[in-house]
Design a protein. Sequence first.
Length: 79
Amino acid sequence: MTGLLISKTFWLLATNVLLGLAVVACCVTIIWYLMRDMKRHRKEKKEESLVPPDYLNGLEDLGVTMPDGGEKIDEMKDD
């Protein structure tokens, strides 16, 4: 047993196993955080896309250029 603990091959193998476990743990952590962030981003986008029912009341006749004070495009007058 003492010959195995002193062996350089054993310590090299043990170090490689521990480093491999550390790399796997880091990769799993990064993937988990990325998935969580993408899920949160999709949820926020979905919530932003929802429009309340009364949001568009009174805006049916609003033309494309009306928000900046212009005239409606389809009713422009020729001079």
